[in-house]
Design a protein around this ligand. Structure first.
Ligand code: FAD
Ligand code: NAI
Length: 478
C-alpha cells in the first residue's frame, strides 16, 4: 500500500515549505518532496529552494559585506574615521555567506521535524489518479516510490533563463549560482540584463573592485519601476557608483574560453564588443514544470511553462494547487509564501486569501529601491486621477546624521478618495520603510491617515509621514 497523505507538496522552496508548515499546523498529514542538495557538503537534500540556497539570502549576505567594504573605502572618511589598507578576503566573505545559508536551510529541516512533516527526497512526478488520491512518484538515485495524496501543492519554483547557444558553466559564464560564489573579484565583469539580479549582483562585485558593464535589451532603464525612481537610480548607479549600463542593446554573439568572454552586441547601427573575465547572465527566470508529469494527469500549463491557476492558486484539477514562481505573478519569495499559506488554509476549509495589490518589491542595491501598489505610469495608463506627495531624504535629519541623503519617498493617492494607490521609495533602508506603506494599503488607508500618525523623531520613517503630508501640499519640513 502506498504511503497516503492529506497534502503532498512538490518543492521545498519558500512557497512549498511554508505551505507544508501551515498545512501541518492545521492538522493535515503532510509530506514535502524536494530533489536538490544544492551545495550540501553531505550531499543531502536541502530545503529552502532558490531563495535560501542560491537567491535572496546569499545575495543579501554578499550585498551587506560588500556595502561595508564600500563604506570603509568611501563613507567613513566624512565621519572623521580614517582606515588604512582596507582589503577584501573573498574566501572569508563567501564562507560567511555559506554559513548563513547552512544555518537557515538546517533551520527549515528542524521546523519540518517540529511540525511532523515527512520529507521525501527525490524528484516528484504525477503518475495518475486513483480513488480520489493523486499518485506522485518520488525518484532519487537510491530508490523510487509512489505516494498518494488527496491534495498536491505544486511549488517547483523556477530556474535561470539561459541564452540560446551560450552554455553556463558557472565559472566563466554564470547565472545566479556561480555569481554568488566567485573565488576572487573579477577585474572586468560583464552582465547581461539590467534587472534585479543584474543590478544587485553587479553592485556586489563593483563595490569589491570589478569594472562592471551591464547590457540591457530594453531602451528604458528599470521600466517596471516608477519613472521618478528609475531616473534617480540611473543617476546614482551610473554617475556616482560608476556602473556602466548600456540600454537598447542587441546581443549578437557571446564567445567564452578559459581566459574570458567576448560579447559582441549592437546599439542602433553601431557594433560594439565587450571583453570581460566573467559574465553573469541574468535575463529572467523560467518556471520548473519539466518532468512534473503534467501530461499524465491533464494538468494545464501555459505558453510560458507555468501551471495555470485561478486567484486562489487552484488548478482546473480538483485537489491540485500551485504556488510561487511556478505560477503567474511576481517571482518573489514573500509572494510564494503568502500563496502557500492561503492554499493550506483553503485545503483545511478556512478562508485563505492573498491581496495581490499589496505585494511589495524590493531591490537591495544602494540606495535600496522599494515599492508597493501602482506606479505613476500605470495610473496614467488606467486613467485614474491621483495626487502626488514627495519627500527627499536630503531634508530628513536622520538621513543627514547617517550621511546618506540620496533618494526620496513618493506617495500616490486617489485624487477623489485620497486612498493610497502606490508608494515608491529610493533610499537607505527602503526595504524596511516600505512595510508601513504595505500595512496602510492593506487597511485601505488614505494619505491623510498616514499624515495623522505620529512618527518617531528623528527617523527615516518621517519621510513617509512628510510624503503623506505633501499629498495635501502641507509638508512641514520641505
Ligand atoms: P524555489 O525557491 O525555486 O523552490 C522550488 C524548489 O522545488 C527547488 O528547491 C527545486 O529543487 C524543487 N523542485 C523543482 N521541481 C521539483 C520536482 N519535480 N520534484 C521535487 N522538487 C522539485 N525574492 C525575494 O522576494 N526577495 C529577494 O531578495 C530575492 N532575491 C533573489 C536573488 C536571486 C539571486 C534569485 C535567483 C532570486 C531571488 N528572489 C528573491 C526570488 C526568490 O528566490 C523566488 O521568488 C523564490 O525562491 C520562489 O520560491 P518557490 O518556492 O516558488 O520556488
Ligand atoms: P528580471 O526580469 O528582473 O531582469 C531581466 C532583465 O534582463 C530585464 O531588464 C530584461 O529586459 C533583460 N533582458 C532579457 N533578455 C535580454 C537579452 N537578450 N539581452 C539583454 N537584456 C535582456 O530578471 P532577473 O534579474 O534575472 O531576476 C529574475 C527574478 O528573480 C526577478 O524577476 C525577481 O522576480 C527575482 N529576484 C528578486 C530579487 C528581489 O526581490 N530583490 C532579487 C533578485 C531576483
Amino acid at each position: 500500500m502506498n504511503k497516503q497523505f492529506d497534502v503532498v507538496v512538490v518543492g521545498g522552496g519558500p512557497g512549498g515549505y511554508v505551505a507544508a508548515i501551515r498545512a501541518a499546523q492545521l492538522g493535515l498529514k503532510t509530506a514535502c518532496i524536494e530533489r536538490e542538495s544544492y551545495a550540501d557538503p553531505k550531499g543531502e537534500v536541502r530545503l529552502g529552494g532558490t531563495c535560501l540556497n542560491v537567491g535572496c539570502i546569499p545575495s543579501k549576505a554578499l550585498l551587506q559585506s560588500s556595502e561595508l567594504y564600500d563604506q570603509a573605502n568611501h563613507a567613513f572618511v566624512m565621519h572623521g574615521i580614517g582606515v588604512e589598507n582596507v582589503h577584501v578576503d573573498v574566501t572569508t566573505m563567501v564562507r560567511r555567506k555559506d554559513n548563513i545559508v547552512n544555518q537557515l536551510t538546517a533551520g527549515i529541516k528542524s521546523l519540518f521535524k517540529k511540525n511532523k512533516i515527512t520529507l521525501l527526497s527525490g524528484h516528484g512526478r504525477f503518475v495518475g489518479h486513483e480513488n480520489d488520491y493523486w499518485q506522485v512518484e518520488v525518484t532519487s538515485p537510491a530508490a523510487s516510490e509512489i505516494v498518494a495524496a488527496k491534495n498536491v501543492i505544486i511549488a517547483t519554483g523556477s530556474r535561470p533563463r539561459h541564452l540560446e547557444g551560450v552554455p553556463v558553466d558557472n565559472r566563466i559564464v554564470c547565472d545566479n549560482v556561480g555569481a554568488l560564489s566567485f573565488d576572487s573579484v573579477p577585474q572586468r565583469l560583464g552582465v547581461i540584463g539590467a534587472g534585479v539580479i543584474g543590478l544587485e549582483l553587479g553592485s556586489v562585485w563593483k563595490r569589491l573592485g570589478a569594472d562592471v558593464t551591464i547590457l540591457e535589451v530594453l531602451p528604458d532603464f528599470l521600466a517596471v519601476a516608477d519613472p521618478a525612481v528609475a531616473k534617480e537610480a540611473w543617476k546614482v548607479f551610473t554617475q556616482k557608483q560608476g556602473l556602466k549600463i548600456h540600454l537598447d542593446v542587441r546581443i549578437d554573439k557571446i564567445s567564452a574560453s578559459d581566459k574570458g568572454v567576448k560579447v559582441e552586441y549592437q546599439i542602433g547601427d553601431t557594433s560594439q564588443t565587450l571583453e570581460c573575465d566573467r559574465l553573469i547572465v541574468s535575463v529572467g527566470r523560467v518556471a520548473n514544470t519539466d518532468g512534473l508529469g503534467a501530461e499524465a494527469v491533464g494538468l494545464p500549463i501555459d505558453d510560458r511553462g507555468r501551471v495555470v491557476v485561478d486567484e486562489h492558486c487552484q488548478t482546473s484539477l480538483p485537489g491540485i494547487w500551485a504556488v510561487g514562481d511556478v505560477v503567474r505573478g511576481a517571482m518573489l519569495a514573500h509572494k510564494g509564501m503568502e500563496e502557500g499559506v492561503m492554499v493550506a488554509e483553503l485545503i483545511a476549509g478556512q478562508a485563505g486569501h492573498v491581496n495581490y495589490d499589496a505585494i511589495p518589491l524590493v531591490m537591495y542595491t544602494h540606495p535600496e529601491i522599494a515599492w508597493v501598489g501602482k506606479t505613476e505610469a500605470e495610473l496614467k495608463k488606467l486613467g485614474i486621477e491621483y495626487r502626488v506627495g514627495q519627500m527627499p531624504f536630503l531634508a530628513n535629519g536622520r538621513a543627514l546624521g547617517q550621511g546618506d541623503t540620496t533618494g526620496f519617498v513618493k506617495m500616490l493617492a486617489d485624487a477623489r478618495t485620497d486612498r493610497v494607490l502606490g508608494v515608491h521609495i529610493i533610499g537607505n533602508n527602503a526595504s524596511e520603510l516600505i512595510a508601513e506603506a504595505v500595512v496602510a494599503m492593506e487597511f485601505s488607508a488614505s494619505s491623510e491617515d498616514i499624515a495623522r500618525i505620529c512618527h518617531a523623531h528623528p527617523t527615516l520613517s518621517e519621510a513617509m509621514h512628510e510624503a503623506a503630508l505633501a499629498v495635501d501640499k502641507r509638508s512641514l519640513h520641505f
